[in-house]
Design a protein around this ligand. Structure first.
Ligand code: NAD
Length: 478
């Protein structure tokens, strides 16, 4: 398979440069070729989207909803094929990848429903014979810049609300999620989108992404990715006064209190840390344990890690597959090396797979000081640190001791502590007796502190970003 651009309702193959894609579960398998686009592709998409947006916005919500329902059906009919492609391209275990496509289907249907929901308020006027109300109008042309770790769900949770609100879109997916992106747009092609409403431009962040942010006449930008890129997105958009949202990294804590039900807690914590090889922005990367049960939790984590099987992401029951790329492999490996030299690895598994792939053992680390890079920096791999807290207050202090504020969880049977944790934790998504990862599609998603530009995605919250509010007033002379 090869990537293509979808601009103004036509496919084209950019010829700037090519990158071969190999399956991270089996590097002998070539999955396809990414054809990198140029700034000129972005400008062509910009012209097409500008021309198409007004007409799309003038359609009724019912008509736009029909298109979103068709997009959902297209994903549903091709769920397995798309999930397998995603697994081959970036190594996510197939079960999780199917779950991701299913989430995409739900998101499309959820936002299709917005086409027939009210989008304004009637506001009493202080004058007589005045009808005053607010209504939502599209922002205009939206640029979407997405990461590789959720190659289907994140693009859809941006695309679906953007489209139902009447915007046109230029989407630049991550370099190593571009095959999946191309296939998705191929599936959407039959859904009845007017030409130019959705444009896909494949390419490097430093070329295509940069041209979008610095030169294209965008009205809004929704970005998900790393903190460094996100800060550049924010700065560039702020300078140009473009509406923007950025969702970035996390260093998410799971706190285990002495009254937690450990039989239930440990598998959930392991799943939060190691599923998708820890490559979720909401993955558990710090485990904070109340001192009374510290030794028991360590033992249980060691046992749990022993039971994890590393496997090809396409194995039907794959739990932990490879990391996504050589870049990821090298980065995560360098943190593991740091842990070997400067802390203690208390649980890991030998990688015994006969395939050449980017496999990394699940790793649990203790004895890293609280200001150590292992505790402070987002590793984005199957690696978690464990820290000891003397009591609940210290556990909260430790959970909040990070520049990030994406998600956090507490495991406890104590209702008061659960509520205090929900109140006092500085994170956008806080959970009790649940993984740090896995917030539902109909709920707001986003972080505090350095994790976000402080808007929210998904649920009703997304509609705020993809619309402007207009206040309308009509005086009638009687
Ligand atoms: P990244 O920042 O490297 O890339 C994200 C996107 O930005 C890609 O499409 C990339 O091509 C583009 N990009 C890179 N440089 C650019 C530039 N100069 N101009 C414009 N665009 C540019 O991130 P990644 O490695 O793809 O994703 C992993 C990161 O994403 C992690 O930090 C993770 O925590 C974060 N993430 C956050 C969330 C969330 O909702 N908070 C969700 C998933 C991933």
């Amino acid at each position: 398979m090869e990537t293509k651009n979808w601009i103004d309702g036509s496919w084209s193959t950019p010829s700037n440069s090519q990158v071969e894609v190999y399956n991270p579960s089996d590097l002998n398998e070539k999955v396809g070729t990414v054809n990198q686009g140029t700034a000129e592709d972005v400008f062509q998409a910009e012209r097409a989207a500008k021309a198409a947006q007004g007409e799309w916005a003038r359609k009724t919500g019912v008509k736009r909803a029909e298109v979103l329902y068709s997009m959902a059906s297209a994903l549903e009919e091709n769920l397995v094929e798309l999930a397998e492609l995603g697994s081959r391209e970036m190594g996510k275990p197939i079960g999780e990848m199917k779950g991701e496509v299913t989430r995409g289907i739900h998101l499309l249907r959820y936002y299709a429903g917005e086409g027939v929901r009210s989008d304004g308020q009637l506001i009493p006027s202080s004058d007589v014979d005045v009808l005053q109300y607010s209504k939502k109008v599209p922002v205009g042309l939206i640029g979407l810049i997405t990461p590789w770790n959720f190659p289907v769900a994140i693009p859809v949770w941006k695309l679906a609300p953007a489209l139902i609100c009447g915007n046109a879109v230029i989407w630049k997916p991550a370099e190593n999620a571009s095959l999946t992106a191309t296939r998705m747009v191929e599936l959407f092609e039959e859904a009845g989108l007017d030409k130019g409403v959705l444009n896909l431009v494949i390419g490097k962040g430093s070329v295509v992404g940069k041209a979008m942010l610095e030169e294209a006449d965008l009205d809004g930008v929704s970005f998900t990715g790393s903190e460094n890129t996100g800060l550049y997105v924010a700065e560039t958009c702020a300078k140009r006064n473009i509406k923007f949202q950025t969702e970035m990294g996390g260093k998410n804590a799971a706190v285990i209190m002495k009254d937690a039900n450990l039989d239930k807690t440990i598998p959930i914590v392991l799943s939060g840390a190691f599923k998708s090889a820890g490559q979720k922005c909401t993955a558990t990367s710090r485990i904070i344990v109340e001192s009374d049960i510290y030794d028991e939790v360590i033992e249980r984590l060691q046992k749990g890690v022993k039971e994890i099987t590393l496997s090809n992401a396409l194995d039907a029951d794959a739990y932990l597959g490879p990391v996504a790329s050589k870049e990821q492999y090298d980065k995560v490996s360098s943190y593991i090396e740091l842990a070997r030299n400067e802390a203690k690895i208390i649980a890991e598994k030998e990688v015994s797979i006969d395939k050449d792939g980017y496999y990394i053992s699940p790793i649990v680390i203790t004895d890293a000081p609280s200001d150590h890079a292992l505790v402070k920096e987002e590793i984005f791999g199957p690696v978690a640190t464990v820290q000891k807290a003397k009591d609940f207050d210290e556990a909260i202090e430790m959970a909040n001791d990070t520049i990030y504020g994406l998600s956090a969880a507490i495991f406890t049977e104590n209702l008061a502590n659960a509520h205090k944790f929900l109140d006092q934790t500085e994170a956008g998504m806080v959970r009790v007796n649940q993984e740090t990862a896995g917030v539902e599609y109909q709920s707001p998603f986003g972080g505090m502190k350095q994790s976000s530009s402080h808007t929210r995605e998904q649920g009703q919250a997304a509609l705020e970003f993809y619309t402007h509010t207009k206040t309308c007033a009509i005086k009638f002379f009687g």
